[in-house]
Design a protein around this ligand. Structure first.
Ligand SMILES: [Zn+2]
Ligand SMILES: [Zn+2]
Length: 394
């Protein structure tokens, strides 16, 4: 191919690959990390799903620990549940749908399976329920939790000879299931700094991982790191610099609630509504959402809503859907050729900003800050934010 032809093919490829970002975007809001009574959450699946349905979400995945909610379980109510009036609230809302029985001492309630709660609560084209599991393993007491969104068959926690080995084997099990069943599913690394179980170096060495939690709403997960551990945003950039050097596809950032507590709302509890993803997809189905996510066509949020993310070979444009009286700052962060770390490339105040790619830019992403407190913060200083995925201009 001569150079002229090569350049025209290159331009065509770039135009086609960027074209999707020029259309009006349809943002589907979802949370893919949640717990119910199937593991250590404190409410029934239908009640939790109802909360998300009533708060303008379009999809939810209940990701209970090491279960896909497909067995016969008679749940024994605990003191905590009596105090929270969990069954009373469930019966008030769902009436005859609720199945209870008594054993010698306590009341038992049957947990509806995934198929049951999905068919009861899902609403075609407006609210989707995706099957999920938080594969919950550990190595020498270090927690290793990996969510599998749109999993079909249970994956048992896997043992290994290191944190990396456990992670890679879990990831391989997901990729094997995906291939065997020909069903799209994604594995994402949960809260790497929870118990400081997973560090940047572990994630750098993985093969085939595309997603991790840049934000998790559980108060015990150390998103901010400490003097010995990277915060999750620093991790993210270091991983993507390494992946780029290795020729691996980039890692994308997700925000989730990791909600467990549905009766008491406080900074110390893991509550709903703290972190979510907005996926650009006209179709509301697991395969359409996963396909968009694998293209990096989504953003993570803890409260800031974006109207538009537009990227072509020259510019990255961000436009915010503003709340009244709130001030915003759009910070472009990127990695440039021959540097060791990512750096701030441009900061702009206001609701719209464009970054023009420079010749040496390898990838650029944006973190959008606001000066308004989150609706249900885990700390007093937490403000609403959003994160775009990294874009590679060349
Ligand atoms: Zn976890
Ligand atoms: Zn969790």
């Amino acid at each position: 191919m001569n150079i002229k032809k090569f350049i025209s093919v290159l331009i065509l490829v770039l135009t086609l690959s960027c074209a999707k970002y020029k259309e009006a975007q349809t943002w589907q809001k979802g949370n893919i990390h949640t717990h119910s009574l199937w593991s250590d959450g404190d409410d029934f699946p239908e009640m939790i799903i109802e909360w998300y349905k009533n708060h303008n979400y379009q999809f939810i995945a209940l990701s209970d620990h090491n279960t896909v909610a497909d067995t016969l379980i008679w749940y024994e109510l605990r003191d905590r549940d009596q105090k929270n009036k969990t069954l009373e609230k469930y019966i008030n809302r769902f009436g005859d749908w609720v199945e209870t029985k008594m054993d010698s001492t306590r009341q038992l309630v049957r947990l509806k399976t995934f198929d049951e709660y999905k068919s009861k609560m899902e609403k075609p084209d407006s609210f989707l329920i995706i099957k999920s599991e938080e594969v919950t393993a550990s190595f020498e007491k270090k927690p290793i939790h990996i969510n599998v969104t749109n999993i079909q068959d249970l994956i048992e926690p896997i043992k290994g000879k290191s944190v990396l080995d456990v992670m890679q084997k879990t990831l391989d099990a997901v990729l094997t299931q995906r291939k065997e069943l020909n069903v799209p599913m994604i594995a994402h690394i949960n809260h790497p700094n929870f118990g400081y179980g997973i560090d940047t170096e572990d994630m750098k060495k993985l093969n085939g991982e595309r997603f991790f939690e840049v934000y998790n709403g559980h108060p015990a997960v150390n998103n901010q790191g400490d003097e010995f551990h990277h915060d999750t945003e620093t991790m993210w950039d270091l991983i993507n610099i390494h992946y780029h050097k290795q020729g691996k596809p980039s890692m994308y950032g997700i925000a989730t609630d990791d909600s467990h507590s549905y009766h008491e709302f406080s900074a110390k509890k893991s509550n709903t509504g703290r972190g979510w993803i907005m996926v650009n997809s006209k179709i509301l189905s697991p395969s359409a959402l996963i396909s968009a996510m694998e293209n990096g066509d989504f953003y993570a949020s803890t409260g800031v809503a974006l109207k538009k993310i537009q990227v072509d070979s020259k510019n990255l444009l961000i436009e915010i859907l503003p709340e009244q009286g709130v001030n915003y700052e759009i910070v472009f962060i990127g990695y440039r050729k021959n540097q060791d770390e990512a750096q701030i490339l441009k900061i702009e105040k206001g609701i719209k900003a464009t970054y023009a790619f420079k010749e040496n830019d390898i990838f650029v992403r944006a973190t959008i800050y606001s000066d308004v407190k989150k609706d249900s913060p885990t700390g007093t200083t937490e403000t609403k934010k959003a994160w775009t995925q990294p874009f590679f201009p060349q």
